[in-house]
Design a protein around this ligand. Structure first.
Ligand code: FES
Length: 96
């Protein structure tokens, strides 16, 4: 199973499945990421920095693309409510 490792949570690893968002994976393991818009891709409170494994996430779509532009996220930042594992490998993130 692909995993999300969180650098600033003591390198803790969270197992996930293809098509699950980073937020969903952490939530299922008891960790909540801030989500001012309720996980609809319309704010940036859930953003994370992807340190490794960007290729193991599906590319941004629809709401996330709009929010990336609106909130000026850089190429390593993704919205954790929208960024979904593609099942090909692990991801390492930092939660700002
Ligand atoms: S919770 Fe608002 S964009 Fe993810």
């Amino acid at each position: 199973m692909p995993k999300v490792r969180v650098l600033n949570l003591g390198n803790r690893e969270f197992e996930g499945m293809e098509n699950q968002s980073i937020m969903e994976i952490l939530y299922r393991h008891g960790y909540e990421i801030d989500s001012a818009c309720g996980g609809h891709g319309q704010c940036s409170s859930c953003k994370v920095i992807v340190l490794e494994g960007m290729e193991n996430l599906y590319p941004p779509q629809f709401e996330e693309l709009d929010s990336i532009e609106e909130f000026g996220l850089d190429e390593r930042e993704r919205l954790s409510c929208q960024a979904k594992l593609n099942g090909k490998g692990d991801v390492v993130i930092y939660i700002p």
